[in-house]
Structure formats: structure tokens, C-alpha cells
Design a protein around this ligand. Sequence first.
Ligand SMILES: Cc1cc2nc3c(=O)[nH]c(=O)nc-3n(C[C@H](O)[C@H](O)[C@H](O)COP(=O)(O)OP(=O)(O)OC[C@H]3O[C@@H](n4cnc5c(N)ncnc54)[C@H](O)[C@@H]3O)c2cc1C
Ligand code: SF4
Length: 318
Amino acid sequence: MLRLPWFDYRAPRTVAEAAKILAGEGPEAMLVAGGTDLFPNMKRGQQAARTLISLRGVAELKTANGKFGSGLTLTDVVRHEKTPAALRQAAAQVATPQLQNMATLGGNLCLDTRCNYWDQSFEWRQSIDFCLKRDGETCWVAPGSSRCWAVASSDTAPVLCAIGAEVTLVSVDGERRIPVRELFRDDGIEYLNKRSNEILTSIHVPAQDGSWRASYRKLRRRESFDFPVLGVAAAARIVDGVVTDARIFVTGAGSRPHDASAAAAVLVGKRVDDRDAVAEAADRAARIAKPLDNTDFALGWRKEMARHHVTAALADLA
Ligand SMILES: Cc1cc2nc3c(=O)[nH]c(=O)nc-3n(C[C@H](O)[C@H](O)[C@H](O)COP(=O)(O)OP(=O)(O)OC[C@H]3O[C@@H](n4cnc5c(N)ncnc54)[C@H](O)[C@@H]3O)c2cc1C
Ligand code: SF4
């Protein structure tokens, strides 16, 4: 049986209190929300913390008045009447219903990156002398590489990027608001543009004026359970059946959700159901999102599926 290591547990009641504890404890402290990613990772020795600061008792993170509190569970997000359809689609496909009851939207955005050589027990990783992400010196996916290529695996992140959502980050130094697409870095180790003393407090979804449509398509081995090995979010503004703006974000194919919106540009000025334009956009997006051989399924097949999933997500918009 895998056991959790010992740690101190703090349970603040307000964001201000949590931020103060986080600043005081320094980099050896970590935030925990639902714990559905962090606790398994701690049991496998992938992540470690001397102190865990739980956000579960912070009521202000669970409100949904004009913005989504980061402490809302994915079940809350799925059930909330103001949740955009594509976000609901993505949240409803995270893990299993039991995990969605515990897992939070904030935790989903801050989810660790994943890799076949990383998501293993301590002993398994020790047997290969670990890897660059922690305790080792070699990246086993790209041995000549000086960086880690572990992949972004959050289902809600590509959707929130595509629909132009923003997040608020709070620390003892103050508050800042950034687009969700700027929250992520192209680095499997330092994958968030978030300072270690910052708490993600809320997610701001732009008002729906009716002209934007969005969709999410996910590839995984077991439909009832698994992380995405590919996730495609597409969003477009459609006026009288014609696309006036479009965005595509692909997850599971790099250390952050890939912005493939340049591919979506071929749709602008075309009817949303123009099959040639959709095929061209899908081809271009699949070329931009180049998966590596470090998750489930054969690499060549995943590349082919990227084209199919972009086509399907764009077809949903019509
Ligand atoms: C079997 C299984 C299947 C899974 N399948 C999927 C899947 O299909 N798709 C998917 O996206 N995920 C999946 N997950 C991962 C996880 O369940 C979800 O990503 C979940 O949303 C994480 O949220 P949490 O609240 O449990 O995060 P936690 O585990 O509490 O935290 C995750 C990370 O976020 C940080 N964090 C949490 N909240 C905040 C905050 N407010 N501010 C700053 N940092 C914060 C933590 O410090 C930690 O680093 C799966 C997990 C399991 C065990
Ligand atoms: S991509 Fe390389 S460094 Fe990163 S987790 Fe995988 S093997 Fe380790």
C-alpha cells in the first residue's frame, strides 16, 4: 500500500489567512484543494511538502457570483446554470463522478504535468535513476534535451483558454488578473506562471453574447476514467452563419495547452459548415500540435487523431 508521508496541516478560513500562511511557510508549503492530484503524487514521492495549506474551508473560494471560485468542485461547475456548455463538457469528462465531487476547478487548472516516466511509483522511478523533472539528470523521452516535456493534462484549461477566460491570483503582495492562456508555461517542470506565494482565487468567464460557440473533444483510453492524451477546444464567433473569429487550443500535446488559433484563422470569413475550410484548419492545427511519445497510445495514431478531433470540435460549432 502506498502511504502519505508526514506533513503539517493548516486549515485557514479566509484567502487572506491562507496567503499569510503560504508566505510565512515559504516554498516547502503547498496548497491543497480536493487533493485528487496532489495526494496520489505525494504517495508516489513525485511531490513533497512540509506543510499543506488546505483551501477546503475557505468559503469565499466556493462562490459563483459573476465569477467561478477556484474552490468550486467540478460537480458544482457541471451543475451551475451559468457554466458555458464547453466548460461543462470538459468538467464532466474529468476522471470519474466520484473524483469530480472532490476535485476543484482551481486544482484542475494547476494540475501537475504528466509523463509515462513520471507517473510511476518511487521505486519504479528509482529503477531508471529518476529523470530531469525530479531527482534525476536525464529526460528519458528526449535524452539529449535540457528541458522536461511532460504534458499538460487538464481538461478545463484548453476550454478556458479558447473562450478567453481570466484568472485572479492573490498573495500577500496583492492581486493580479491574467488571461488563462498566460497562466501556462511551455516547461514540464515550471508549468505555471504563478509565483509560489500566489493562490488562484477565481476564474472569470466572459459574458456570453450568443455569437460565440465552443466545444471540447477528448481522446483517452477508458471513456469513464482517464486523463486526456489529447483534448481539443474550439471556439468561434459566428454571425449569420459566417465565422468572424476563431480559436483552437490543444492539450495533451505539450507542456501547456497549445495555441493553434493561427490554424483557425482560415475559417474567418467562411461559413461555419464549410467542409474544405474545416479540413484545412484541422490539418494546420494538427501540424502545430506535435505530440511526443510520453503518454498513452502510439505516437503516430495520436498525431492522426489530432486532425480528427479538431475536425470534430469544429463540426460541433456548426
Ligand atoms: C484516477 C484519476 C483520473 C484523473 N483524470 C483526470 C482527467 O481525466 N482530467 C483531468 O483534468 N484531471 C484528471 N485527474 C486529476 C485531478 O483529479 C483533477 O485534475 C482535479 O481537478 C484536481 O483538482 P483538486 O482540487 O483535486 O487539486 P489538488 O490535488 O488539490 O491540487 C492540484 C495542484 O493544484 C494546486 N492548487 C490547488 N488549488 C489551488 C489554488 N486555488 N491556487 C493555487 N494552486 C492550487 C495544488 O497545490 C496542486 O499542485 C485525475 C485524477 C485521478 C486520481
Ligand atoms: S518528459 Fe522527460 S524529464 Fe519530463 S517527466 Fe518525462 S522523462 Fe522526466
